[in-house]
Structure formats: C-alpha cells, structure tokens
Design a protein around this ligand. Structure first.
Ligand code: GDP
Length: 295
C-alpha cells in the first residue's frame, strides 16, 4: 500500500525547516513528492504536471514570515492552487428553459446515475419544482422499475413504463407528458455500459438531440481513478457535458478524479454523492475537497 496523500505531504513539508525566502531547490524537492503523491491519488499525469508547474511558479521566492513554517506556506500554496483547479463554489443547476427544463444524466453503468436522478428530484422538489423522472435504460433488467421506485420514495412523478419502447421514443413521450402535465423539470436517466462504447455514445447523442437538455450531467464514481480522464473527455466530446456529479465520496477515495475531470473538461463539478440515501447529495465546495485531498 502506498502512503496517503496527506501523510506524504506532511512528511515532505516537515523537511522544509529553513527561514527566509523559499529557494528553488527547496520547492523542487517538495514538489517532486507532491507530484508523486498526486499521481498516487489518481490524478492524471498531464493534470499533475500543469498543477505542479503553477505551484512552483508561485512558491519560488516567497518570503516565509515568522508566523508560518515553510511547510505551512507550501501547503497553503498547494491548497489554494487545488481550489483554483477544482473550480468555483456551489454552481447551481441551470433550469433556464421554457418548461420543462430537461436534465440528462449520463455515465457508465453502476456510477450512480439512477440514484443521483432520485436525489436531484428530492432536491428540486424542496425548491417547489414539479419533477418528472423517466428511465431510458431499456437494457438492464428492472432499471426502469428501479427509477419508478425512487420516484415514489421521492414523491415525484415518473413516466409510465411501456415495455419495448426505445430510448428516443421514451424521450419524446417524456417531453410530451412534461409539457401537458405542467412539469418544471424532466430528468432523463440514460442507460450506461460497463465501458465507454460508441453505440452508447451514439444513443446518448440521439437522445440529446431530441431532448435539448439545459443540463447534461456526467455521473462518475469517485473510485474510478485514472480512467476519469478518458471518461470525462469522451463524454464531453461526444455529448457535451455541462456539469459533473462525483458519487461515493462517502467512501475512502481521495478525490483525485475530480481534479482530473475538472481540468480535462473545464466543466464544473456540481454535486457530490455522499451515500445511498436520497438525501445524500451535497453541493460541491472546492475548499472542502481540497482539504480532503490534503488531509
Ligand atoms: P447506475 O447504474 O449508474 O444507475 O447506478 P445506481 O444508481 O443503480 O447505483 C449503483 C449502486 O451505487 C447502488 O447500490 C447505489 O445505492 C450506490 N450509490 C449510488 N450513489 C452512491 C453514493 O454517493 N454513495 C454510496 N455509498 N453509494 C452510492
């Protein structure tokens, strides 16, 4: 097992005990360790390189004032830079559309799409929105029923299931019901696959063209690690992502995936999934995740 990021960082920074301005040698030595630690925390290589470069540029020559140790100073610079990379605070959902506003949920199978759809419905209902949930997952047995059960628990609408109906047709019907029955928001839960495949991408793109979503949220399991980069890149290229939701942040993942996905797509992380319950969804705060990464 490798050391955790926070342990490694504190180990590195303990070595920096001098006073005065931080020298290039000090910073280079410390950042070599930061680089390794971020890679071990599953942040993608290209993202790590950029990140370390920025920290280095800021750190060299900084005066170490009496009240902080050089280690604390470098930790602060790393922390600030992490926050800058992770993006803005509490980005709200965009529901700016002639109702119903459509939210398209995309991602791999098992990432937490269906659960997150239910969580978002609960959240929007609290904001007095009338929400309709519709499952487009016609492949996984009982997926549509799973969403129907969640809709009942969340006390929101769910599109009646018609067996054998295909995703684009379900989408059209959901929009139609949404308009006729005065829904504010329609959440479309798409099918996932175990790996990215072009058939999946083509299907999601076809649904998107019909649905014209105001939000396309990529749902990603925080445990995914290095694969987060390819995943976020592919989905963003092929279907256009407007925001991301990182799930299973209640587990012991280090959050490195968030850093990579944000850097690769430039799209905001909007929510964190913090458990299996319908209430376990939190708005994203970069400072909290940066704190978690640094420990
Ligand atoms: P989907 O295939 O993408 O629709 O994934 P599901 O929504 O069915 O989720 C797969 C599993 O992950 C289920 O057992 C969920 O209860 C669980 N799950 C989803 N989000 C979270 C989360 O934030 N934390 C935890 N611990 N489990 C989650």
């Amino acid at each position: 097992m490798f050391e955790s990021l926070s342990q490694r960082l504190s180990g590195v920074f303990d070595k920096l005990t001098g006073r005065g301005a931080l020298s290039e040698a000090d910073v280079t030595e410390a950042l070599r360790e930061v680089r390794v630690a971020l890679l071990e925390a599953d942040v993608a290589l290209s993202v790590v390189k950029d990140f370390v470069g920025r920290v280095k540029a800021r750190a060299i020559g900084q005066d170490v004032i009496k009240s902080v140790t050089p280690g604390q100073l470098v930790v602060k610079i790393v922390h600030d830079e992490l926050i800058a990379t992770l993006g803005t605070d509490g980005v709200e959902l965009n529901l700016n559309a002639v109702p119903p506003a459509v939210i398209l949920m995309v991602g791999l199978q098992g990432s937490g799409k269906t659960t997150t759809s239910g969580k978002l419905a609960v959240r929007l209902k609290k904001d007095k929105k009338k929400v309709l949930l519709a499952s487009l997952d016609v492949y996984r047995p009982a997926a549509q029923q799973q969403l129907e059960i969640l809709a009942r628990q969340a006390d929101v609408g769910s599109l009646p299931i018609i067996m054998g109906e295909m995703p684009v047709a379900i989408t059209r019907r959901a929009l139609d019901v949404g308009r006729k029955e005065g829904y504010d928001v329609v959440i479309l839960d798409t099918a996932g696959r175990l790996h990215i495949d072009q058939e999946l991408m083509a299907e999601v793109a076809a649904v998107r063209d019909v649905a014209k979503p105001v939000e396309t949220l990529l749902v990603v399991d925080a445990m995914i690690g290095q694969d987060a980069v390819t995943l976020a890149h592919e989905f963003n290229e092929k279907v256009g992502v407007t925001g991301m939701v990182l799930t299973r942040v209640d587990g012991d993942s280090r959050g490195g995936a968030a850093l990579s996905m944000r850097a690769v797509t430039g799209r905001p992380i909007k929510f964190l999934g913090m458990g299996e319950k319908l209430e376990a969804l939190e708005p994203f705060h970069p400072d909290r995740l940066a704190g978690r990464i640094l420990g």
